[in-house]
Design a protein around this ligand. Sequence first.
Ligand code: SF4
Ligand code: SF4
Length: 383
Amino acid sequence: MVGPPLQVGDNVVLERQHLQQLLDVLTKRGYRIVGPTVRDRAIILDELGSVADLPAGWTDEQDGGTYRLKKRADEALFGYVVGPHSWKKFLLQPQMRLWQARRVGSTFEVLAGSEETPRFAFIGVRSCDLHAIATQDKVFVAGEYADPSYRSRRENILVVAVNCGQAGGTCFCVSMKTGPKVTFGFDLALTEVLDVDGHYFLVEVGTELGAEVLREVSHREAREEEKAAAESVIARCSGQMGRSLDTTEIKELLYRNYEHPRWDDVAGRCLTCGNCAMVCPTCFCTTVEDFTDLSGERAERRRRMDVCFTMDFSYIHGGSIRSSAMARYRQWMTHKLATWIDQFGVSGCVGCGRCITWCPVAIDITEETRAIRESELNRREVI
Ligand code: SF4
Ligand code: SF4
């Protein structure tokens, strides 16, 4: 059943009916399979028991403040774009205990942690999300102070990526040069093709580990027309972006416009709910909280996800330094598109569109940037 020897860079065909074998091989190797599944009328990420848990025949409609699932005319398994969840929920635990201690006489001892690192196989990671993971890597493992929990989870993942076959109404990965074709960070990359020849995946082998896994799964050599069909799926998607963002000197543009009236305009609409930061695959803010039991014998420090839209987040002695909605939205957007570049050398935005879709009042990062850019151009024309 197994085809010729596989190497990194090879392209082979995996028939739809053999995808379950891939999941079985990964499970046998000790991976917990996580991927897209339908829950609460959205496509979210969670543990998968089998291929039957994937959203077969579903697609999504997205626009500013709008998300809706719809049935497709075919049985595509990956015929939708990214949903409200991102992979950060598996790599950067939403809540975790950092340490705990117990009283010993007049002093205390710190108790050893016991978290076992899960080994996740991520199924269906899109190119924008691979860029987002690489961005979070810069925060949590590339610097002088690595985060041990993130690092151990990150080192143990296996990535089965999927090239997008259609773009959503809020996608703009082409503008951010982060998609739709996956170019790095995967063990295997699938392109789903449904045509007169059937339903199959063109698989690109990204690593030796990916090759090793695929050797245990039925596959066959890809014909030239099958490779071309997969390429045209991705090319079609590139032309469908629902949004675009002009990134020309975007950092300088925003730095020049800290006092632009558009920030007040957006503050009049922003609810400071923090949804945009929660769904963003690169946002990484956390806070810590200390707890003691009632007897005073045990204490622990926990870390949990946080967002920069709360007053508390910028509280320093005496008060919050970002007390207005204007200051908080401006901070978030300029961090994503400008200060992040100074901090980490890349944009904090990968163009996934989640913050636009999941903003309850449809505030759109591409539209806000465009308004500021256009007002500058208009000002120049008047002068
Ligand atoms: S921009 Fe939208 S999602 Fe973000 S805090 Fe404001 S209202 Fe909430
Ligand atoms: S800022 Fe918005 S579009 Fe950009 S990566 Fe975050 S959620 Fe996606």
